[in-house]
Design a protein around this ligand. Structure first.
Ligand SMILES: NC(=O)c1ccc[n+]([C@@H]2O[C@H](COP(=O)([O-])OP(=O)(O)OC[C@H]3O[C@@H](n4cnc5c(N)ncnc54)[C@H](O)[C@@H]3O)[C@@H](O)[C@H]2O)c1
Ligand SMILES: N[C@H](C(=O)O)[C@H](O)COP(=O)(O)O
Length: 350
């Protein structure tokens, strides 16, 4: 039986207008017309016109205003269609935190999330926003992940805690899924509970099982040096992580560990034509998991939110205020995020 998908557009939120988001979006449309086919930008038209002016380009990059996502399907290559979900009365200064910029970024993400939840778009790809700007705008969620979780829970009429999500960062060599995300390191330590680790294993198993077509081999990192060395350097492995792995294995999840956190990523990495020992590493906190992926190259990683009833991907880097407006920002991770979103949503390939 052939399954046909209704052709829908992919939304790319512009990110913080003071950062590199608009520039890398403009570069993606300029340099990757195939990848950006059927894509449109959600954000501010003036910001996108300014971004086009920032990148050196010999090709014409017209910015067109859209009334609805469906119109993006008719856009010619290298035309940048923008659905104006945020309107800035004047351009925000580059490279600075501002509430106005945070509000514009948040409004764009909320618009895209609701469109995705209503089935109006195939997927959403988010250019980076600045978390301090988001907070300055009065948004109570630290980042996209938590905001999207709340939007999805509200759409489903459930409490946010009843729609658990997790952050995955992935490139061709390594995937990692985090037990906790944007919390202090002290709070992250408290979040290493049997329940949270088990929930992370379930979400990773389910999401990767779908994309790989088989049960993923999950390597679980310990929390402490050498995974606690039998309790000599901490008891979290014994009290929380080992019981979570055992419970997951009883459910048929192929989880092993806990392994020493300083070597588990090396073991999982697929390199030199060889598969790694694991398809994914479950990491106990944000930096434990993200440093190894980002260290392999900021241009390669993609951030995917697991557990949402919509497809959301993002580049693995932030707003890079230090280079905003210089035209130096690399759009490769954004383009990879668009490719992953297209694959995950089943939107027509390229
Ligand atoms: N997807 C997202 O929305 C996302 C992801 C990560 C960080 N952030 C946010 O971005 C803000 C700044 O974070 P940060 O400074 O820690 O990290 P960053 O990724 O913005 O910058 C770190 C370094 O990498 C460089 N860099 C980043 N992206 C680049 C690119 N595409 N091309 C060339 N160089 C690039 C920067 O110039 C900087 O030197 C923070 O508010 C953070 O929370 C957002
Ligand atoms: N934790 C992510 C990173 O460091 O790359 C980044 O802050 C993005 O988070 P959201 O996708 O939740 O905005």
């Amino acid at each position: 039986m052939t399954v046909t998908h209704e052709r829908k557009a992919i939304a790319i939120t512009m990110g913080d207008p003071a950062g590199i988001g608009p520039e890398i979006v403009a570069k993606a449309f300029r340099d990757s017309p195939q990848d950006t086919r059927d894509c449109f930008v959600v954000g501010d038209v003036g910001t996108m016109r300014r971004a086009v002016g920032m990148i050196r380009t010999d090709v014409d990059l017209p910015v067109a205003v859209l009334a609805s996502p469906g119109e993006a399907l008719q856009a010619p290559p290298r035309c940048i269609p923008v659905l104006e979900a945020a309107h800035l009365a004047s351009a925000v200064p580059l490279g600075r935190v501002s509430a106005v910029a945070g509000r514009a970024a948040a409004d764009s993400v909320v618009w895209a999330a609701r469109a995705a939840l209503h089935g109006e778009i195939a997927a959403m790809v988010t250019a980076p926003l600045h978390k301090e700007a988001l907070a300055a705008a009065g948004v109570t969620f630290p980042g996209h992940t938590e905001l999207l979780q709340a939007e999805a829970a509200a759409a489903r009429g459930v409490q946010t805690r009843d729609l658990p999500v997790r952050m995955m960062l992935a490139n061709d060599e390594l995937r990692t899924v985090l037990v906790s995300i944007h919390v202090s390191l002290r709070d992250a330590l408290d979040a290493v509970t049997q329940a949270n680790v088990l929930q992370t294993l379930r979400i990773a198993h389910e999401a990767l099982g779908r994309s790989l077509g088989r049960a993923p081999r999950i390597g679980v990192a310990g929390l402490n040096p050498h995974a606690g060395e039998g309790g000599l350097f901490g008891r979290e492995e014994i009290d929380a992580i080992v019981p979570a792995i055992a419970a997951a294995r009883r459910e048929g999840i192929d989880a092993l560990g806990p392994f020493a956190p300083d070597t588990v990523f090396m073991r999982a990495r697929a390199a030199n034509g060889r598969a790694g020992e694991f398809d994914v590493v479950v990491a106990m906190y944000h930096d434990q998991g993200l440093i190894p992926v980002k260290y392999l190259g900021v241009e390669k990683g993609v951030n995917v939110t697991l557990g949402l009833p919509l497809v959301r991907t993002s580049p693995d880097h932030g707003t890079a205020f230090d280079i905003a407006g210089t035209g130096r920002a690399d759009a490769a991770s954004l383009v990879e995020a668009i490719r992953v979103a297209r694959r995950m949503s089943g939107a027509p390939g390229i």
